[in-house]
Design a protein around this ligand. Sequence first.
Ligand SMILES: C[S@@+](CC[C@H](N)C(=O)[O-])C[C@H]1O[C@@H](n2cnc3c(N)ncnc32)[C@H](O)[C@@H]1O
Length: 275
Amino acid sequence: MRRAAVRGLGQIERVAGAARRRVQDAGGGRGGDGGGTGRAGGRANGGAAGGRGGTEGGPAGGAAGGRYGRLWDPPADSDAMALILNTTDTAEFERTGRADADRLAGFLPANGTAMDVGCGIGRVARYLAPRCATLWAVDASPRMLELARDRLAGEANVRFARCIDTDIPDVPTASVDLVYSLLVLQHLEREDAFLLLEELRRVVKPSGTVFLTFPNLLSDTYLSAFVDYAHRGETANPARARMYTPQEVERVVPAAGFDVELEAGVEIVAVCRPR
Ligand SMILES: C[S@@+](CC[C@H](N)C(=O)[O-])C[C@H]1O[C@@H](n2cnc3c(N)ncnc32)[C@H](O)[C@@H]1O
């Protein structure tokens, strides 16, 4: 998963631009993002036509729809690919999805249930779904979910659900064997990332696994991304990546109720088991 370092940088550029435009459109400042902090989001109202379960429809912004989803609004698959992986090369996008799914499959029991949190357009879900009984594709962004529904139309066992900032109300407690979230937690405020970790702890089975990635501030790649951020004033961008050290991950993830094993490369990979 080392190539993710490059993805992060490209994404920073693009999401930063989009988020800045939104902040400007809303009159400037974080208050214009249209929602409170924390877990107050609740369920989305309404529902998008054609959903196969879940509340993935609903407003793209505002308190009811959450703050994070509206920051990720790609017009088409190619824009989404550029946001997610900093590539418009379809073959590369598919190759990485297949490779990540191969690794994740090792944590999945026979007939297991998986959940892809921050699934984007289903880069990984597309290749993991055929190996699951059920796969939940979860994202904060209604647009990402819409594109994922198209891309995963051939996978009848995929269910879609909205994450309202840090809540995934449609997914039952202790129901998922393998929860994974790749290149996602970094885009939340650290406190919100912690609340989302607690939500993942809620949905995973006691015997299950949670697989996470974080950008490693101690790597040259992410240190230079951090310095770049600082120079470009990215603190105003709510979708920017937050870098972590392995030591921080080792402290924060257990505080959400997990035992954790780390691999610290350019990306920090955390394999977590509920305590
Ligand atoms: C860099 S993309 C990664 C997509 C996918 N995990 C992959 O690796 O292909 C980040 C994704 O996280 C989603 N996201 C952002 N904030 C979120 C939140 N609070 N809850 C769930 N998903 C979120 C975005 O909409 C976007 O689809």
